[in-house]
Design a protein around this ligand. Structure first.
Ligand code: T46
Length: 139
């Protein structure tokens, strides 16, 4: 089950199609920006100050996260190394493709965190216990 942050995490700079009217970002299945078929889209907003969300890992799910408004921090942990990435620009995406613990925090009041996911919602794909994550991640 061993996955490293280096292999599982990628920052993606979306192509911005800007003109005098403003900006547009288009995301397509199986592209350089979204390297999987999107089966689900969800977004997180109105998160209260001081709240930490996530605190789990996924077995199979691939996701691309982006803040289409505002900002938040994404803490990523492969069981050996931790890293925090700040999402603060709608042109910045974060691909998570691997067995990585993630926590989201420091949500700005205007944060809308958009997530494109490779699978339908399935609670069986979650590991929500950190000790279990560590055991499985270092196996
Ligand atoms: C992840 C991070 C970035 C659904 O019914 N369908 C869904 O597609 C999702 C994502 C959630 N839910 C339900 C399950 C819970 O009763 O909505 C409730 C809140 O979900 P959760 O506590 O898992 O939310 P977060 O913000 O902690 O985590 C979410 C995703 O679940 C997770 O896959 O990687 O965002």
């Amino acid at each position: 089950m061993r996955t490293t942050l280096k292999d599982a995490i990628k920052l993606i700079h979306f192509t911005v199609r800007g003109d005098e009217r403003g900006n547009l970002i288009a995301l397509e299945n199986q592209s350089a920006e979204i390297p999987f078929d999107v089966k689900r889209v969800y977004y997180i907003y109105g998160t209260q100050a001081g709240v930490t969300r996530g605190q789990h890992a996924h077995y199979a799910l691939k996701q691309v996260l982006t803040c289409v408004s505002g900002s938040c921090d994404i803490l990523l942990d492969d069981g050996a190394e931790r890293k925090t990435i700040r999402l603060d620009n709608p042109a910045k995406g974060l691909l998570i493709d691997g067995f990585i613990w993630r926590e989201m925090s420091h949500f700005s009041p205007d944060c809308v965190l958009l997530v494109l996911a490779s699978e339908h919602y399935d609670e069986a794909d979650y590991v929500r216990d950190y000790q279990r994550f560590l055991t499985e991640a270092t196996r």
